[in-house]
Design a protein around this ligand. Sequence first.
Ligand SMILES: Nc1ncnc2c1ncn2[C@@H]1O[C@H](COP(=O)(O)OP(=O)(O)OP(=O)(O)O)[C@@H](O)[C@H]1O
Length: 248
Amino acid sequence: MANSTDYLLAVEGLTVSFDGFKAVNDLSFYVDSNEIHVIIGPNGAGKTTVLDLICGRTKASGGSIKFRNKELTAMKEHQIVKAGVGRKFQNPSIYDDLTVFENLEISYPRGRSVFGALAFKRDAAVRERVAEIAEMIFLADHLDQRAEYLSHGQKQWLEIGMLLIQDPELLMLDEPVAGMSVNERKKTAELLNKIIQNRSVLVIEHDMKFVEDIAHRVTVLHQGKILSEGSMERVKNDPKVVEVYLGH
Ligand SMILES: Nc1ncnc2c1ncn2[C@@H]1O[C@H](COP(=O)(O)OP(=O)(O)OP(=O)(O)O)[C@@H](O)[C@H]1O
């Protein structure tokens, strides 16, 4: 096939302009299957905009985003979700007045709307899947707890669980450990390492210790372009990265 790729995600020549300002400028990078790929870079580098472009929230001015060889730039947000791309935003969008079980249940692909989900029969398959995900996100003992009583870290995990229950092949996370305790960060690293057995994870992160713990590959963005790329070991010793980012 012409222009086909072996990568799970292939971003090539991606550009977006806001009133003539190129927030992302001819950017190319690739995500492999089963990879934890982290994007770092100074404020305003274009990191969040890259995730917005991949999930279809922002339309590209040019370039291509191929996910399993399907062109995403031509697709709508809900089609991109359906194709297998999940996105977690910085602020959790969990339902505070529902329990952990109910939050996971309404995210199960069979019952997307709140009312439909609450009405539908809790058959064994759903319960089993909810239990499996709850175990994975360290909330197996909190299934009946209302989400509002969870700690900040537990709320973040719950939202990750609500995405995982939809079984995305690519999960995108924007600063997943911001505001978490040391112990919660450790468990989040453990969680990400578990979930990439069946998928890839693309993370934006400022916490360099966490990046060191999890990243298979790091892309450093600066002014919408790649400043450096490779292992954390490599990029953290790159003088250009020290100059514009890590040295501050
Ligand atoms: N919808 C928009 N309209 C105009 N400018 C925008 C828009 N979205 C982002 N920008 C600009 O694009 C640049 C990149 O922003 P972006 O949020 O992607 O950076 P970032 O690397 O995620 O930064 P941070 O680490 O602070 O979150 C910034 O200069 C921002 O002001």
